[in-house]
Design a protein around this ligand. Structure first.
Ligand code: K7E
Ligand code: CUA
Length: 648
């Protein structure tokens, strides 16, 4: 049950009245009355109301899940709202040792699925998680995340909170406009940021205008398999502007995707070579270009085979995109950043980092002009341009440096204003600001409950601030981030909670109603390999435990159950390849084991029913104890064994 403001204030009043005559002592200590505690801790009535709205007693679950990107930490963070308790980190692009993520054969292969010659990526820069949608609403099935640095998309299954797939392409060399999904999750969109020759080849930077390009990739999501189908995916070549954030049309604008761009000047720096730095070179023009792409048309063009294959990706050339009338530009104010489609799909809100307005574009006016080919010009690559005034609904005077916008259920938009450091609440109907609330420092994205779907919930908003200057006990020069929970359920906004987030800069997040998720409690049937998504061919049932010497090494078929591994002695020879096949034959929800072996970098998590395959070389002779890493029973310390490596 959620406590309303009125109720909370009344309750507080009662408590204060009831305890008032016991609150005179003033020296805190054992005075546990509400007023005594308020005096002792210096809390205002507002503070106590905020506490009552967020405090979640033991055993009570949160109303929402927030999924936040782990930024350059490369993992996904799961947070309960409104308590702001961290529930889980999900390993996606980086190893997560406690989950054994990145230590068994399947997850090692997953993390290495895009290789740069000999180098496997060991990190990622995650920005924008996107929940899967059905008819424009979150369906609670999957969440997609991006890697800006080494362009990749991760697919996390919310039935078990495990990353199932990572796809990438060398078509592009960096990205940012990802992930954004179409309203039924047919496609996951990933857009390049820093132009480079498509496919990863070399070209001198002086040939930037001719040889460098951007691209938007449409990764086809196969819902049945819960995986991206790379062969059914395609891309569109774009001019060498720095494409930035994208968002998909919905309802009346379903079928479109909108993506803004910076650096239409095509500056590329050269600070030691007599050229202006990129930041000033790229900020000369008054307008950049909002890219409007008809993705249904693009899909048909790709299906008709009007593509060329670059780095394995079917790509619609810029020429074809123009000829097929599936790409057009609308000017947008200087250095745009956020690009957010309104819940009804009629508008797109663009925030200009160096502007004082948000601009609301009219998706229907844009579509009609493109259909009728009412263009007023073209860019140097022949991309048609629409008239700015004829494409907008209007502008809202919002403050200096608007970035991102989310929505509530009452027709309001909420925009993060970076330079002014506020959240501005404004009306979509008349484009007027109704309220601003100070945020602590450097607000980037903000996220509202289901706030970028066709049916936002309102209620809560989180301001995602970069750097928690002065806000928490100091921990050295590298500061945590600061998530600020704001109550947007009432007529005015109220700050409820500051939460330090000691991980990479989280950029964006998604908030979904908790009851939309139904995660499993154990892997069933026993022997499930989560990435494979079915019983592993090497799964071991009780009675089948064995050790076999085969052509490719020693295969150990092992089970784990409270409180032993069977077998518990493994005998191999120096230099042997060892293949461990371990099945947890548990089905109780409180029976997770781990399998760790010192000296070999072997470490996996064995949740009930899970199967893991682990391959490694017994590189030197010696005695290697192995043990269970989860305190699973009174005899947990005895859940151990030995690998004996005999000298050759
Ligand atoms: Cu504004 Cu990557 Cu969405 Cu950061 S981006 S804030
Ligand atoms: Cu199994 Cu400890």
């Amino acid at each position: 049950m959620r406590i309303q403001v009125g109720t909370a204030a009344a309750l507080l009043g009662l408590l204060v009245a009831a305890c008032g005559n016991r609150s005179e002592s003033g020296n805190g200590g054992d005075d546990a009355s509400v007023v005594g505690l308020m005096n002792e801790r210096g809390l205002s009535e507002q503070d106590v109301i905020a506490a009552l709205k967020t405090y979640t007693p033991t055993g009570k679950h949160d109303e929402y899940y927030c999924f936040a990107s782990g930024g350059h930490g490369g993992n996904l963070i799961v947070i309960g709202v409104p308590s702001m308790r961290i529930l889980k980190y999900v390993g996606v692009f980086t190893t997560e040792p406690w989950q054994g993520f990145g230590y068994d054969d399947a997850t090692i292969e997953l993390l290495g699925s895009v290789k740069d010659g000999e180098n496997r990526f060991t990190w990622a820069d995650m920005h924008h998680p996107a929940l899967s949608e059905t008819n424009g609403s979150y369906d609670g099935k999957y969440i997609f995340v991006n890697d800006k640095a080494n362009p990749r998309i991760g697919v996390v299954d919310l039935s078990d909170f495990v990353t199932k797939q990572i796809v990438g392409t060398e078509l592009i060399q960096s990205e940012h406009g990802a992930c954004f999904v179409t309203p039924n999750t047919d496609y996951v969109i990933e857009t390049s940021q820093y132009p480079a020759p498509l496919g990863g080849a070399y070209a001198p930077i002086e040939e930037y205008n001719d040889k460098y390009r951007g691209a938007m990739i449409f990764w086809r999501f196969d819902r049945e398999r819960g995986r991206i189908d790379t062969a059914a995916s395609f891309a569109i070549e774009l001019p060498p502007y720095m494409q930035d954030l994208a968002d998909c049309g919905k309802k009346v604008s379903d079928g479109w995707v909108f993506c803004n761009s910076i650096n239409t000047e095509r500056a590329y720096g050269g600070t030691l070579e007599g050229k202006p730095p990129l930041e000033s070179g790229s900020s000369q023009n008054d307008m950049d270009y909002l890219h409007c792409i008809n993705w249904r048309k693009a899909e048909a063009v790709a299906k008709a085979g009007k593509t060329e294959t670059i780095a394995g990706m079917r790509t619609i050339s810029l020429k074809t995109a123009i000829a097929e009338n599936l790409l057009a530009f609308v000017p947008e104010p200087k250095s745009p950043h956020g690009n957010d489609v309104t819940p009804d799909g009629t508008g797109i809100v663009v925030g200009g980092k160096l502007d004082t307005h948000t601009t609301v574009y009219d998706t229907q006016k844009i579509a009609a002009q493109i259909e009728a080919k009412q263009f007023v010009g073209e860019d140097p690559y022949g991309v048609p341009i629409l008239d700015f005034q004829k494409s907008i609904k209007g502008q809202c005077k919002i403050g200096l440096g608007p970035l991102h916008t989310v929505f509530d259920d009452k027709g309001f938009a909420y925009t993060s204003v970076f330079i002014e450091t506020v959240v501005a609440k404004w009306s979509l109907a008349d484009l007027k600001v109704v309220e601003k609330i100070d945020t602590h420092y450097n607000i980037g994205h903000l996220v509202a409950a289901e706030g970028d779907t066709v049916d936002p919930d309102g209620k809560y908003l989180i301001a995602m601030n970069k750097w928690s200057l002065d806000r928490f006990a100091p921990v050295g020069p590298l500061l945590p981030q600061n998530f600020q929970l704001v109550d947007i359920g009432g007529s005015s906004m109220n700050l409820l909670y500051d939460m330090p987030l000691p991980l990479g800069e989280p950029h964006n997040a998604q908030i979904i109603k908790a009851d939309k998720l139904k995660p499993i409690e154990t892997f069933k049937p026993s022997g499930m390999e989560p990435i494979l998504g079915k019983v592993d061919p090497h799964a071991v049932a009780d009675g089948q435990q064995r050790i076999e010497r085969q052509a490719d090494g020693v295969h150990v078929y092992m089970t784990a159950i409270r409180s032993h591994f069977k077998p518990d002695i493994i005998r191999v020879k120096e230099g042997d390849m060892v293949h461990l096949h371990i099945t947890s034959v548990e089905q109780a929800t409180d029976a997770t084991h781990g399998f760790a072996m010192g000296g070999q970098d072997v470490n996996v998590s064995l949740e009930p029913g899970k199967h893991c395959n682990i391959s490694f070389k017994a590189h030197r002779a010696g005695v290697f104890p192995f043990y269970c890493t989860e305190f699973c029973s009174a005899l947990h310390l005895e859940m151990a064994g030995y690998m004996l490596v005999e000298p050759r």
